[in-house]
Design a protein around this ligand. Structure first.
Ligand SMILES: *Cc1c(COP(=O)(O)O)cnc(C)c1O
Length: 719
């Protein structure tokens, strides 16, 4: 139910001196500020762990006498005041990069539309890389002062929680999440009433309520249709991320695109730039055109204005990753709408036509490309692949002149840095390294970090991962959810001293999670060497409707349960941003084996590298531009991609050979003090070369300079 609810908070009032803890917990800024994180942790370490680091729930669950005693604890009160001071200074936004670069534009707004937003595990409105990238984009925009406003969905049931049965099958559990335990509040219009919008579809009107999430200086607005005045089906519309059939999906996308523009209007916002992050929100271009046509402009004029101020980012070359709706479904939902755009039926349908007419249907990527003048893919290589895929839309123009850029994804460093690594960087690079993460000079000082200190931190992070795995398994065992064999498959036999490889991401088949298993005997020899043992941790969800993906999980899980493998291969259930922070940061090697060129970019390897985890990956996505021969390992894929079987064999052979001859020997080549100097050298190379280039700071600056500023210029001469 989405009736007005009170702001989440503790059962009793906070003591006078601590009253703004509530405000801190309700702005996700805390999640990437180490002092704010420590502040909440200090309130109750056990509860902090039990809530999966969720301060809203922590404040809610904390005993009143504990809160009262913190209010009189001078150490805590001092800590609190310091965090609050930093927060107030941050929010005042003086002297940000944006203000310095674009001083006359302080009042402009850039609308950023994304169907999923990965901000924190307490707001489960993301499924994987796309969402987390969107979340990192918003956080970095906040840090840089870029005036973004986000528009997305509130999914009351979130994305599913993954359970693996004893037989090794993924089960999807949809758990309604408790809004009172999340930093989510009702959005208000400028006149002080709850923000609501309406969208007509298929001859009825759907109402939506809007929720607000604060991400530092950036506000996100989330659309929710679970309102009593809606028909039961419509109330379910925004219930789940990527749930339901094509019709449900189309209606969701109408809500996001058309409804999202109306949300901006209801909030009194007039964005000068509109960014559609992936094709799901492409209908926003139609709604904006409709607005202009309704004020008396011709369709052609209106569409051109919209094009010039729209930015579109496409995220995948995988065909199934592009929404295509059947024409009859589109007709049913848009008849009556195309007249308001000043278009005939045929002209309307042509907007979503794929250049290859055998691929009939209304293609959301085609619509977005036609209606946006500022386009990009998400890595250098993906830019090239996208230009080739869509060049028929620019007849007569050579492929490499097709106006689609490649802007390579990067990660929000303060979100993805382990506290222990942050400490090292603050000490040896610069106290403000995170504010300068895109400056190569800062990272040159990595060579100053003493090898034994760096090694000790890496060992600590691995121990923390193993403890996390053990506690998860213990909990499942005590709750009666896991059988004994599952407790072992969950990784309780892992050895913190052994070389540990991580593989975790969505179980889409092109990511080839099972590539390592092509020759199980050879793999066993690698893992079970007495002197140089190796172990592997897997994690990831398959989309519930992706049967081959579910089969892959089943296959991996069977290997995890195989006695012959001695518990050296583990599967960590329910991969999300919280477990990612243990897994990606805690292993020694991060493995990535997509079939090229399917991985548009990939970001988890960037998170790993920032923390000194070495990347072993197919040369695809970001690794094509990140790998330099001395900062990790590359699998150069087979030259014959027409035969997938041969390609898999070829790639697996390279992978085994790299492990046998390079990765394992280097890891176990130790000095008398037990430190693997050669390994640490590569770790330092990786950090130095990868961190400054594949961070969101570099990425958001590029979006600003190459896409947002040009898209804003017709409206604002000053851009
Ligand atoms: C970073 C991240 C991803 C993205 O993984 P890639 O396959 O590298 O793009 C997916 N899921 C979670 C939970 C992540 O943190």
């Amino acid at each position: 139910m989405s009736e007005a609810q009170p702001i989440a908070g503790p059962p009793g009032p906070l003591p006078g001196g601590l009253v703004r803890l509530q405000e801190l917990a309700n702005n996700l800024w805390w999640s990437w500020n180490p002092d704010a994180r420590r502040l909440f942790e200090a309130m109750d370490r056990t509860l902090w762990r039990l809530t999966d680091h969720n301060p809203v729930k922590l404040l809610h669950d904390l005993k009143p006498d504990r809160i009262a005693s913190l209010g009189t604890d001078p150490v805590f009160v001092r800590q609190y005041s310091a965090v609050l001071k930093a927060y107030d200074e941050y929010m005042a936004a003086r002297g940000t990069w944006f203000v310095t670069q674009y001083p006359t534009l302080s009042t402009c707004t850039i609308a950023y539309f994304s169907a999923e937003l990965g901000l924190h595990s307490s707001i489960p409105i993301y499924s994987g890389g796309l969402g987390i990238l969107a979340g990192d984009h918003c956080k970095e925009a906040s840090d840089l002062g870029v005036p973004i406003v986000g528009v997305g969905f509130m999914y009351p049931q979130g994305y599913f929680r993954q359970r693996i049965t004893a037989e090794g099958w993924q089960q999807a559990e949809y758990v309604p999440f408790n809004r009172l335990d999340s930093p989510i509040q009702q959005a208000m219009t400028p006149s002080g009433s709850p923000c609501q919008v309406k969208v007509e579809m298929d001859s009825r009107t759907v109402s939506a309520l809007v929720w607000q999430v604060r991400v530092g200086r950036v506000n996100l607005y989330l659309i929710d249709t679970d309102l009593p005045e809606n028909a039961p089906d419509d109330r379910e519309l925004s219930a789940r991320l990527y749930g339901g059939d094509q019709e449900m999906r189309l209606r969701q996308e109408m809500l996001l695109g058309i409804g999202g523009v109306r949300v901006c209007r209801a909030l009194g916002l007039s964005p000068v730039v509109w960014h559609a992050n992936e094709g799901h929100s492409a209908f926003l271009t139609l709604e904006r055109t409709r607005e202009l046509v309704q004020t008396g402009q011709s369709h052609a004029e209106a569409a051109e204005l919209v094009r010039q101020s729209t930015v579109f980012t496409t995220h995948t070359p995988v065909p199934a990753g592009h929404d295509v709706f059947p024409i009859p479904l589109i007709e049913r939902h848009f008849s009556g709408y195309w007249e308001q755009l000043g278009l005939t039926r045929d002209a309307f349908l042509r907007l979503g036509e794929h250049p290859d007419t055998s691929r009939a249907g209304f293609n959301m990527t085609a619509l977005a490309i036609r209606m946006s003048a500022h386009l990009n893919g998400v890595s250098r290589e993906h830019g090239r692949v996208t230009r080739a895929m869509w060049s028929p839309l620019w007849p007569g123009i050579p492929q490499d002149l097709v106006p689609i850029r490649g802007i390579t994804n990067g990660i929000h460093a303060p979100t993805w840095i382990a506290p222990e690594m942050n400490h090292l960087y603050s000490k040896y690079l610069a106290p403000d390294w995170a504010d300068r993460s895109d400056e190569p000079a800062v990272w040159h000082r990595v060579s100053d970090i003493p090898e034994d200190e760096l090694w000790a931190v890496r060992q600590t992070l691995k121990r923390k991962l193993m403890r996390f795995i053990r506690e998860r398994a213990r909990e499942g065992w005590m709750q009666g959810r896991l059988e004994a064999s599952q407790v072992l498959a969950a990784g309780t036999l892992l050895d913190p001293e052994a070389l540990t490889i991580g593989f975790a991401r969505r179980f889409a088949t092109y990511k080839r999670a099972t590539l390592l298993f092509r020759d199980l005997d050879r793999l066993k020899d690698i893992l079970q060497s007495r002197r140089r043992p190796v172990q592997i941790v897997f994690a990831g969800k398959a989309h519930p409707a992706d049967e081959p993906g579910r089969q892959f999980i089943h296959q991996v899980y069977s290997v995890c349960k195989d006695r012959g493998l001695g518990g050296q291969i583990a599967f960590l259930e329910d991969y999300d941003m919280h477990s990612a922070k243990f897994l990606v940061l805690g292993v020694d090697v991060w493995l990535n084996t997509p079939t090229p060129p399917m991985e548009a970019c990939g970001t988890s390897g960037q998170k790993a590298a920032l923390n000194g985890v070495l990347h072993l990956s197919v040369l695809d996505g970001w690794w094509q531009e990140g790998y330099d021969g001395a900062n990790g390992w590359a699998i150069t894929s087979s030259p014959d991609p027409a035969d997938p079987h041969a390609q898999d064999s070829h790639d697996a052979e390279q992978l085994y050979r790299l492990l046998e001859h390079e990765v394992v020997p280097l890891y176990y080549a130790r000095d008398l003090d037990g430190v693997p100097r050669g390994w640490i050298q590569i770790v330092k190379n990786a950090i130095r070369t990868i961190a400054p280039r594949f961070c969101a700071r570099r990425m958001v600056k590029e979006y600003m300079e190459l896409l947002y500023a040009p898209a804003g210029s017709p409206q604002r001469k000053a851009w």
